[in-house]
Design a protein. Sequence first.
Length: 541
Amino acid sequence: MNSNSQVYSTLSDLVLSDQVYRDKADMLFKLISIMEDHDGLGSPGIFMMIRPRGFGLSLISQSIQNLVKIENDNDDSLNINTTPKIITTYQSKQNIINNQIQSSLSSKESEPAVQKAEAAEKVSPDTEESADTTDADSKNKEDTSILEDIKNYIEDLVSDKKKEESDDFSDQKSIDEINANASAQELMVTDEIDAIKTFYNVKKRPVLSLDFKHLRAKNPKEFTEGLLDILQEQFWINHIESHIDPYQTPKAYFDKLLNELNKKYPSIKISILIDNYDVPFMVASEFNHEQCEESVCAYLDMLNVIKYSNRTVKWCLISGHINFSLASETSEGLPLVYDLSSEPMFAALFGFTRDDIKEVYQNEITRFSENLKITPEKYLDMLEQCYGGFLFADNDEMYNPNCPKMFCPACIAHCMMNNGKLLPYSASGKYDFVKNALKNNPKNLSWLFGKDGQDPLFSDSVETDVKGKQLGSLLIQLGFATRTKVIINHSDAYVTWRYRFEFPNLDMKKTFAYISGEVTEQDLIKPLDVVIDSTSDYEEE
C-alpha cells in the first residue's frame, strides 16, 4: 500500500477530521512531554517509535508537527485546532460557568461566588451543554483521568489568582465580584491552553521534518545524492539560501542545515521528526555487501550529527516500521536511542480499539451485520479475527492488565469502503525486504510461533542482512507476529520476561502465506476464513 491509495487517504481524512484521533490528544501530549522532560546529559533526547504498516505512524508525526511547530521566534501559542476534545470539554465548562454566574449575580448578590462556581459544575442535565459535558466526562473516565487532573490544575491556578487579588480587599462584596470575574473571564480558552501546556510541559518549537519514504537509489552515488536532495528540500522549506557542493557529504550538509536553523531561531532549540527512517536501510540492502556498508555508513554519519547538536536540538523522534541498528562498526551513528515502541502508555496511540470502531463505523457495522443476519457485536468479533489482535505492550495481569488489543486502521477503513468484505487487505503492501529475508533464512518458523519461553524479540534491532532470530524480530515489528502471553519470573537477583508469539489475525496470516509463496494472488480475492458462532441471537424485525 502507498500513501496515495484510497485507503490511506480515507484514513488520513478520518483521523484528521477528529472523528477518532481527537481521543488520542492526551497520549500525544504525554509523548511530547516525555521528550521535553528528558535530560540527554549533553545530547538531545533521541526517541524511536516502531509500528507495522497501516497504523498511521506518519499521521502521528504530522500531528506532532502541527501541534508544536513554531513559525517565528515570537510565536509560542499552542495550535488549539489539534486538541478539539480538550478544548470542547473546557469550552462547554466555561459556557456553563459564564451563564450560571450571570444568573447568580442578578438573583443573590450575597451568595459567595465560589459556591456559585461549584453550583455551575452541578447544573441540571436537561440543558444541552450540561449533557454534552457529562457525556464527555464519562467517556474520558473510561480511558484516562488525565483530563480531570488538568481541570483541577486549571482551577487551582484560578483559585490562586483569586486569592492573590482578594488579599488586597477587606470588603466581602468586592471579593465576591473578584471571584465572579475570575471564574467568568480568567478561564478563557487561551488561558486553559496555557495551563494544559504547563501541565504537560508542551512547548512550541521550530520543527525539522525529514521523510525518507521516497528515497530511491541503485548505487552508493545515487544513495548519497538522494540524501542530499532531501536535505536541500528542507533548506527551501525553511527559506534558507544554500547550494549543494558536489563534494559535500550528507553529514556536512545536515550539520549546516542545523546551524542555519539555529541562526534563524537563536532563542529556542528545535525538534526533529524523522519519518520512514528505515527506508534508507532497505534501499541499501539491495546493493552488494560493500556498497551496502558504504551507503549505511553515510546515512549513519549524517544521523550522528544529531548526537552532537545539543546546543541546537532539544529532541528527535525517529519513526518507522523496522528497528534497524543505528550504530555500526564503521559509524558511530546514534548509539543511544530510547525506544518507546513497547511503552504501555502508548500502546493505544496507534490504531483503533474495538470501541473506536464501534463508535466511528456504527452505521456501516449495523448495515453489514443485518446483511449477514448476525448481531453487530458478532460482526465486530469477525473484524477482530480478521484485523485485530495487535498487542504493543505486555498484557501482564499484575503490571498491565488492561493492555488494549488494537485493530489495523488501514484494513478497517478498506473493509468499510468495500461493503464490509473481509479480505486480506494487508497483502497489497510492499514487503520486498521481508521476502528477501525469507529467502536467505530457513523457511521453518515453528521456533517462533506458538512456543512459550521466547526472548523479547520485539525490542531487538535487525541488520540489513537478516540472520537467525533477527527474522523473528523483523516479523514481529512488521505485525506478522504479536505477543500473546508474558511470563515474568522474579528471583532474588534479577527478573526475566518470557513471551509467546502468534499471528495477530487472519489478515496478517494470509499476507505472510502470500509473501512466502504458500498461496497465490488469486487466493487474495477470497474472503478470509472467519469462524462465526453458530448460535445466533439476531432478531429480524
